[in-house]
Design a protein around this ligand. Structure first.
Ligand SMILES: O=P(O)(O)OC[C@H]1O[C@H](OP(=O)(O)OP(=O)(O)O)[C@H](O)[C@@H]1O
Ligand SMILES: O=C(O)c1cc(=O)[nH]c(=O)[nH]1
Length: 200
């Protein structure tokens, strides 16, 4: 794998700030939780070069036995696709994505997961890990193995998946159930930036 200038956590945080990816307001997350902060990784991935730099860093941080075992990368649509594609590129393996059909994470477009594959699940942001868990289930249902999970951001909520997790950057950001949301209590209305509602 080609190496380049390494990115430390400070440099990664600076990329998020410089691209305006870190948004403050009142948001509904895909899990239904509310938050005052949203990381819009799509802003980072406007730059293919930066996206590949981040993917290369994520690949270099993987334990060697994990990195060398990966033969397929899969991402949940839509947010994970660009980063997953870049991970496939730097690892020199194929890339596919899963998408929600009537709310259920599904493999479409004639994509297949080979039974013996060691699959790296790749996300932009992990909050509850619910989306990752759905993709891990698809991998395991195909008889393949989840080699690990990579993301740009780990929002450090309790995770729903058990696979080894290698996030580039952990961010301690508040989130609440809708009932406990401090911003709703002040009468605010939350906006939904993800595509999950649009897919219904
Ligand atoms: O860890 P979780 O609680 O599952 O949340 C993280 C997921 O939410 C976002 O996607 P979203 O469902 O908003 O769809 P999008 O990427 O298509 O906008 C993000 O891209 C992750 O896939
Ligand atoms: O949990 C989510 O839906 C979520 C949080 C976040 O910060 N960014 C994002 O794209 N999705």
């Amino acid at each position: 794998m080609e190496t380049s200038v390494r990115l430390d956590d400070q440099a990664i945080l600076q990329i998020l700030k410089d691209t305006g990816a870190i948004r403050h307001g009142h948001f509904v997350l895909t899990s239904g939780r509310h938050s005052d902060t949203y990381v819009q990784c799509a802003r980072v991935m406007e730059s293919p070069r930066t996206t590949v730099d981040l993917a290369r860093e994520a690949a270099l941080r993987l334990p060697e036995d994990v990195r060398s075992s990966v033969d397929l990368v899969i991402s949940p649509a839509v947010g994970g696709i660009t980063f997953g594609f870049a991970m496939g590129y730097v690892l020199g393996v194929d890339f596919i994505f899963a998408e929600r059909q009537a709310g259920v994470m599904t493999l479409r477009r004639s994509f297949e997961i080979p039974q013996e594959a060691n699959v790296l699940v790749c996300e932009d942001v992990v909050t509850t890990g619910g989306s990752v868990k759905e993709v891990c289930d698809l991998v395991e249902d195909a008889g393949a193995t989840v080699a690990g999970v990579v993301s740009i951001i780990d929002r450090k909520t309790d995770r729903k998946f058990d696979a080894p997790f290698f996030p580039l950057l952990g961010l301690e950001v508040a989130s609440w159930t809708p009932e406990e949301c401090e911003l709703c209590a002040k009468g605010g209305k939350a906006e939904s930036l993800g595509s999950r509602k649009l897919a219904k």
